[in-house]
Design a protein around this ligand. Structure first.
Ligand SMILES: N[C@@H](CCC[C@H](N)C(=O)O)C(=O)O
Length: 276
C-alpha cells in the first residue's frame, strides 16, 4: 500500500504527519527510524499520527514518535502542525481543537495571523511526575556528571525536560553535556535538555538537545519548560519571547497550577506517498 503523508515543520523542527482517520496502517518502530533518516528516508525529527479520539469530549488523538522510533508523550511544535494539518485536510471545521496525547489533553487554536496558539496544560514540577530522582521538589537541582556538577531545573510538559541556565547559547555544551544528561540515571525515562540564555525578563535564547533525536532547530515543549524555569527563578516574566535556532515562540504562564500557552507558526513543506 502507499501511505499518504505531509512533511511539515514548526521553526525547523520537522515532521512526517500521517492521517490515520481516513487511512489504516500499522507503523513499526524500525520503519519510523528508516523514514526519519535524512540521507535514505524522508528525513524528520518526529512522526506525528492523527487518529480518531478515544474519549467522546476530544476531537482527535495525537501520537508522537521520535526519529529513533520511540513513542513519546508530547511535542509542542508538532501540536501546531497537527492543528494546521487537520484544518487544511478538512478533518475538522473547528478552529479550537481538543486533542488527547499520552502526556494529557491539549487545546489547539488557529489565530487570525495564521499562527497556532496551544494550551499545553500545566507544567508538572513534582520529581516523581517528571520522572526525576530527587528527595524533594526544588527550583533547581545539582546533578553530578562526567563534566562536573550541573545545576538544572526539572520540569514535565507531559514529556521530561531539564533546563540549564547558561551565559551564552553560542558556547553552551549542547552536544556534549546534552547527551550525558539525556541518559543520566536520575532521569529514568531519559530527558530533553534545554540550554537557556536570558537576555532580559521578556526575551531569552534557547537550544535543545532532544531525547531520541539530538539537537533540533526548535523544541516547543522545551521552550515551555524553559519559560517555566526562568519565571520560577525570577529571571523571566510572562509573556516571554524565546529565540530558538529556527525562530521565535511566545510563551505565557501565570504560575503554578496554570497552563502554559505557546504561540508560533506551522508550515507545510510538501505532501507525498510512500510504500508501506
Ligand atoms: N520537538 C518536540 C518534542 C518532541 C519529543 C521529545 N524529543 C521527547 O522525547 O520528549 C517539541 O516541539 O516539543
Amino acid at each position: 500500500m502507499l501511505l499518504r503523508f505531509w512533511k511539515m515543520h514548526g521553526l525547523g523542527n520537522d515532521f512526517m504527519v500521517v492521517d490515520l482517520v481516513t487511512q489504516r496502517a500499522r507503523l513499526p518502530a524500525q520503519k519510523i527510524s528508516e523514514w526519519a533518516n535524512r540521507h535514505t528516508g524522508i528525513g524528520f525529527d518526529q512522526l506525528l499520527l492523527v487518529e480518531p479520539p478515544t474519549h467522546p469530549d476530544m476531537d482527535f488523538r495525537y501520537r508522537i514518535f521520535n526519529a529513533d522510533g520511540s513513542e513519546v508523550e508530547n511535542c509542542g511544535n508538532g501540536a501546531r502542525c497537527f492543528a494546521r494539518f487537520v484544518v487544511d485536510n478538512q478533518l475538522t471545521a473547528k478552529r479550537d481543537i481538543r486533542v488527547e496525547t499520552a502526556g494529557g489533553p491539549m487545546l489547539l487554536s488557529l489565530t487570525d495571523d495564521a499562527r497556532v496558539r496551544v494550551d499545553m496544560g500545566p507544567p508538572r514540577l513534582a520529581p516523581a511526575e517528571i520522572p526525576f530522582h530527587a528527595e524533594m521538589q526544588s527550583l533547581s537541582y545539582e546533578v553530578e556528571t562526567e563534566q562536573g556538577t550541573v545545576s538544572l531545573s526539572a520540569i514535565s510538559m507531559g514529556n521530561p525536560h531539564a533546563v540549564v541556565m547558561v551565559d551564552s547559547v553560542d558556547t553552551a555544551p549542547v552536544t556534549t553535556l546534552g547527551p550525558l544528561l539525556e541518559r543520566h540515571h536520575r532521569f529514568p525515562r531519559r530527558v530533553n535538555v534545554g540550554f537557556l540564555e536570558v537576555l532580559s525578563t521578556r526575551h531569552a535564547r534557547l537550544r535543545v538537545f532532544e531525547r531520541g533525536v539530538g539537537e533540533t532547530r526548535a523544541c516547543g515543549t522545551g521552550a515551555c519548560a524553559a519559560a517555566v524555569a526562568g519565571i520560577q527563578q525570577g529571571v523571566l516574566e510572562s509573556p516571554v519571547n524565546i529565540d530558538l535556532p529556527g525562530g521565535q515562540l511566545t510563551l505565557e504562564w501565570a504560575g503554578e497550577g496554570h497552563s502554559v500557552i505557546m504561540t508560533g507558526p506551522a508550515e507545510r513543506v510538501f505532501e507525498g506517498r510512500i510504500p508501506l
